[in-house]
Write a protein of this length. Sequence first.
Length: 390
Amino acid sequence: MTHSNENGKGQGQDFATWLIHFGKEIDAATGASSVPIYQASTFHHFDLDRPPAHDYSRSGNPTREALEQYIAVLEGGTNGFAFASGMAAISTAFLLLSAGDHVIVTEDVYGGTYRLLTTVLNRLQIDSTFVDMTDFDQIVAAKRPNTKAVFVETPSNPTLKITDIGRVASWAKENGLLTMLDNTFMTPYHQRPIELGIDLVIHSATKFLGGHSDVLAGLIVTADEALGRRVKQLQNGLGTVLSTQESWLLIRGMKTLQVRMAESERGAARLAAWLQAHPAVSRVYYPGLEDHPGREIHERQSRGYGAVVSFDTGSGERARRLLGRVKIPLVAVSLGAVESILSYPAMMSHAAMPPEVRLERGITDGLVRYSVGLEDVQDLIDDLAQALAE
Ligand SMILES: *Cc1c(COP(=O)(O)O)cnc(C)c1O
């Protein structure tokens, strides 16, 4: 994949090179090999008639700005923004909307996004309709006179349903709707939604971008400067910014994104194939499997399948037994780290969802989600084999 982005240097470089040489990787003042941590809340005005480039860290901090430029380069957008968490980024993005507006949202969107829309934004008269975006007609049918935006998550969580990004983006453009996409599961290594026509890309950088389960952060990238100015105003006005230390830590983690993603994906593909052949597993969800319903669309818009595999053990009892027996993965919410993470949607991320809605979406009591880390894959398979044994 080649990139042409004016933010950095060396047009046409490969993604792996962008990851290391994003433009601000060397400190201009000293030549230091990593971005300095500017641990300062405010900045001296040397000359009152010429305000400094930075005057207060909520409005702009050089360490955070290095990170913001970094993600903008990786996503091929104009402006990047860093937030205190993925939810802080998502909350900020939704506040581009106003009272009386309506947004169409992926039905099995991240649980926190669902909660924000149905318990907070609804009180501000920002209405939402959740649709199965694998069915394009449902998106079109959900449009109302006051619809202003479409919020997409693909692959979705935990059953990895695929939305056709380009088709949704061009329909939205024809209808004057803003498009926002949560790219957490794929990262810009695999999927670059701005190139497919999306206006605003969001990340929970807590997951693959950070990659080490040690930082909570969110990112936004806009496709154009005008939208960038609106997000900047919200980020500064709401104060949802990422701290300086966390900004540095995230830059540190992101440099190895490609090697981590590529290796975890190799593991995920092997694990998915092994699970599919296992008699105790009734169903495996992974976009790279031949029988995955969205595989063809996914292959057109992404360059890989990611590192998350969900599978159904058949019953709640068997899922709980598995979770109690595994010895290698962390049993936890979250994903996208160097260590494998096994989570149990029915009792963790989707516990608040009414059981009948959960079942309708394939989130059965037997479903578990495996985020493959960097351990030896054969060890992960052997561990699962003993945990799944009768
Ligand atoms: C974790 C996650 C979020 C929320 O991010 P936080 O950093 O936990 O606030 C949003 N979207 C997706 C897809 C996620 O996995």
